[in-house]
Design a protein around this ligand. Structure first.
Ligand code: PMP
Length: 412
């Protein structure tokens, strides 16, 4: 691609595409939104710098906004990406609980860190039993040590999850999850309620990775939709307004262990150091809480506060339109997802509840559909989700449904 504007991408030959990938859900105001451009320029010109290297006003403003929208969050720390928020969440869980293993769900992604780069998209040959999945390494170079320290859970299967957690409660510090798997397979409410209850009973922390669901299921993310208070929340993507960011939030008492006032840390070389570095939870980063990025994020949230209803209603319109076109042709499919993300899953199955169900989809037809739609100016990464923005409107939906109709008539 060479250029982008609002809901459109333009390739180097000048072809126009309606963008439904939106940088893997990040761009919820579309490309180059004027309010975000204005906020970035104003921040740079107004402050005269790109970076303070000290606390600053925008950190506070964003913190207050996050706490207003996410009641489970009493304090936050900034990172540069969702992956970094995962690193911090793991360290925090280990520090707080004093155990050094994590449980994650099969099919859930938490960034490119070794300990969670397991069983994200395993082959069924390696994935192990449905009710007690194996930990499958997803990249060259991941130390097999992590297979021993990451326990894989089956999503939306409370009985099996409870059995595993009870059996291994003395090893597990936290359960980390995407409340909506891959951004489009929702947890069932009874599953979520049960998981919250059992983790509390067993003294295991519950970590919501809301890097995709934050702001997209509603301004308050999945936790507001499910009415669940996780112990730790991770945010990213939308909250950076198109720039790299991660946020970790949770209870004040847990986050204070990382506060500069908590104790001396690894950088404190004063002679009078009278506490051990083991008393602090180290977290630091040159660019954490970057002012320009927080300005972009705050501007994004401000626009979303005005336009969320519009995004949710255009999402419903598009989902219904696509569903109808498949129904007219007698092909089984669902547009699954909550809020402003969904996926087109072609299947005769009634429900898609987890990774194993997902493996049964008609991938060849979906792939053909995606590549044919590309030739008609509809862009999503083949097999990926659809994300919506404030600038996708009637015109784009109409064009998309026309393209779908044309393509379906060719491939079926
Ligand atoms: N968690 C989830 C749920 C994600 O979707 C992603 C990114 N796709 C990450 C973590 C990692 O975020 P980043 O790419 O910013 O490191």
């Amino acid at each position: 691609m060479g250029k982008a504007s609002g809901p459109y991408l333009y390739d180097l030959d000048g072809n126009e595409y309606i963008d439904y990938l939106l940088s893997y859900v990040a761009l919820m105001l579309g490309h180059g939104h004027p309010e975000v451009i204005h906020a970035i320029q104003a921040q740079m010109k107004g402050s005269g710098t790109f970076l303070f290297g000290t606390p600053h006003q925008l950190e506070l403003e964003m913190g207050k906004k996050i706490m207003e929208l996410y009641p489970s969050i009493e304090m936050i720390r900034y990172t540069n990406s969702g992956t970094e928020a995962t690193l911090l969440a793991l360290r925090m869980a280990y520090a707080y609980i004093g155990k050094y293993k994590i449980a994650k769900f099969e099919g859930h992604y938490h960034g490119g860190y070794d300990q969670v780069l397991l069983s994200v998209n395993p082959s069924l040959a390696e994935a192990g039993p449905v009710h007690e999945p194996a930990a499958v390494i997803e990249s060259k170079g991941v130390d097999p040590y992590h297979q021993e320290h990451t326990i894989i859970l089956p999503f939306n299967d409370l009985e099996a999850v409870s059995d595993i957690l009870i059996k291994r409660k003395d090893e597990i510090a936290a359960v980390m999850m995407e409340p909506v798997q891959g951004g489009f397979i929702p947890a069932e409410q009874s599953f979520m309620d049960g998981l919250r209850k059992i983790t509390e009973e067993l003294g295991i922390l519950l970590i919501f990775d809301e890097v995709k669901t934050g702001f997209r299921l509603g301004l308050g993310g999945a936790q507001s939709v499910y009415n669940i208070k996780p112990d730790i929340t991770k945010l990213g993507k939308v909250v950076g307004g198109g720039f790299p960011v991660g946020i970790l939030g949770g209870k004040k008492e847990r986050l204070m262990v990382s506060a500069p006032s908590a104790s001396s840390d690894v950088f404190d070389s004063s002679q009078s150091k009278n506490s051990s570095a083991k008393d602090v939870l180290f977290h630091s980063g040159t660019y954490n809480g970057h002012p320009t990025i927080l300005a972009a994020g705050l501007a994004t949230i401000q626009v979303l506060e005005q336009k969320m209803e519009h995004v949710l209603s255009t999402t419903t319109q598009l989902k219904n339109g696509i569903k109808k076109l498949f129904e007219e042709r007698g092909i089984g499919m669902h547009t699954i997802g909550l809020g402003a993300i969904f996926n087109v899953v072609i299947t005769e199955q009634e429900r898609i509840r987890n990774y194993r169900d997902f493996q049964q989809l008609n991938f060849p037809m979906r792939k053909e559909l995606d590549f044919s739609l590309l030739t008609q100016g509809i862009y999503t990464k083949p097999m990926n989700r659809y994300s919506m923005s404030t600038v996708h409107g009637e015109k784009e939906i109409h064009r998309t449904l026309e393209a779908y109709e044309y393509v379906l008539s060719k491939i079926i």
